[in-house]
Design a protein around this ligand. Structure first.
Ligand code: AMP
Ligand code: MG
Length: 426
């Protein structure tokens, strides 16, 4: 893969500061165009396929269900024998799930059947227990039964020989169950992308270390770790690299030799300690630098060795926004699946929103479910350094580049980024 030639040269490579930032949609299209999906596959045990991408199509070798069976507890019979309002049949046996009746149901006969029990030969329908009264082998059926009532045909879920999944399917919980229902013990999946990441900054300390004046803890490596772990890629944590071009160059080369993607944070602005774009220009290719979004403008994309390169800004909120908007879709494509477009919906805002025309903004919000429907509450502190706004938020309020402020009650575009399992309260 080659990255398109520089739209904006590295800050130290002559100009570029006044080059307009790319629109997010253009940046995303350029990133995706530069990603070649991995093609190596491996075979894994069924459960290990969760979160992985299928590397080849799956065809069902069996019918699911394997036999026509009952959807109810009741009696299997011939519908023609129960056409009237009050019918009497003779009980000739039973068919329980896993223990079929091995005879044939003749005219005037019925078989006790439980949910999942095989519908015996001769029978074509099941009447639910609640509509019957039994005494010994005499079974009374109230009301008419129609052919096929309460019967689940063999193969209604998956037919033998039919396609279960195409290659490129990202396996979720239901898919794992579907594969198990078809009897799969293993799955062929694409190799996981190997993704390295490091933080840059002389002020950064790892948790557990004492902080000198001006130091902060390196949080980006933790939020990045979380987002990468949720994606199921192979993670290579390269730690903190100081704001030193030689150290950065060595780290770039190491990742470029051994990984499919490298993600850094910090050092992509125009400050004197910001060396990432210069070093990328030296050891790799700068595809583009700067995207017209807030937060996250200095994002840099390119390539180093065999790795895609994402230089995320240092501010913790910018890291998460740019990862979700640009890095995650690229890693999904790299892993062999087609990335989903972010889900968007239009909701009324509970409070006025501040916004200047210029960049597309990803403000943090929280959806509120009220008796009048769902609305969005913009969170108070929108600074790109206020990471707690991300953990309080469950959605972005997405404001177009050209738009200005929004009044309370106005409809705004909302992009949920988390599906909470917990309601945020105690
Ligand atoms: P930079 O782009 O390197 O100038 O960083 C912008 C801001 O983000 C500065 O306030 C940095 O201290 C902060 N920052 C950079 N990297 C990290 C990190 N790994 N964790 C937390 N904050 C960071
Ligand atoms: Mg820095």
């Amino acid at each position: 893969m080659t990255v398109e030639s520089s739209q904006s040269p590295a800050p130290g490579c002559g100009g570029g500061h006044d080059t307009p930032a790319l629109a997010l949609a253009d940046a995303r299209a350029r990133v995706l165009a530069a990603v070649a999906a991995l093609t190596d596959t491996e075979t894994v045990a069924l459960r290990a396929a969760l979160g992985r991408v299928l590397g080849e199509p799956v065809v069902s070798q069996i019918n699911v269900p394997g036999h026509t069976n009952s959807a109810m507890d009741g009696y299997a019979l011939r519908a023609a024998d129960a056409a009237g309002d009050d019918n009497r049949l003779r009980l000739v046996g039973k068919s329980f799930a896993g223990a079929p009746f091995d005879g044939v149901v003749a005219a005037g006969e019925c078989v006790r059947i439980m949910t999942g029990g095989v519908v015996p030969d001769g029978a074509d329908s099941v009447v639910m227990q609640e509509r019957t009264a039994a005494s010994g082998d005499d079974v009374r059926i109230q009301g008419a039964v129609a052919k096929g009532d309460n019967v689940r045909p063999a193969g209604e879920d998956l037919a033998r020989g039919a396609s279960v999944f195409d290659a490129g399917r990202h396996i979720g919980a239901a898919d794992l169950g579907v594969l198990a229902s078809a009897g799969a013990t293993e799955a062929v999946v694409f190799r996981r992308p190997r993704v390295a990441f490091f933080s840059t900054g002389d002020e950064l300390k790892g948790v557990g270390q004492p902080l000198a004046p001006g130091d902060i803890y390196d949080s980006n490596r933790y939020s990045l770790y979380g987002m990468l772990a949720e994606l199921g890629v192979e993670i290579v944590d390269m730690g903190v690299i100081p704001d030193d071009p030689d150290a950065l160059e060595a780290a770039f080369r190491e990742a470029g030799d051994s990984c499919d993607a490298l993600i850094t944070s910090g050092g992509v602005s125009v400050g004197e300690a910001d060396h990432v774009v210069d070093v990328l220009g030296r050891v790799g290719d700068v595809g583009f630098w700067r995207v017209a979004i807030k937060p996250g403008r200095p994002l840099t994309f390119g390539r180093v060795g065999k790795a895609l390169f994402f230089g995320l800004p240092g501010n913790p909120v910018s890291v998460m926004v740019t990862f979700l908007q640009l890095v995650r879709p690229a890693l999904v494509k790299l892993a062999g699946a087609v990335p989903a477009l972010p889900l968007q919906m239009s909701l009324a805002t509970l409070a006025a929103i501040d916004k200047k025309p210029g960049r597309r903004e990803y403000q943090r919000g929280r959806m509120r479910h009220t008796t009048r429907g769902t609305v969005v509450e913009p969170l108070g502190h929108q600074g790109s350094g206020v990471l707690s706004s991300m953990s309080t938020a469950d959605c972005f309020i997405v404001l177009d580049a050209d738009s200005g402020p929004a009044a309370a009650g106005a409809m705004v575009q909302v992009e949920p980024f988390a599906q909470p399992v917990w309601n945020g309260e105690r």
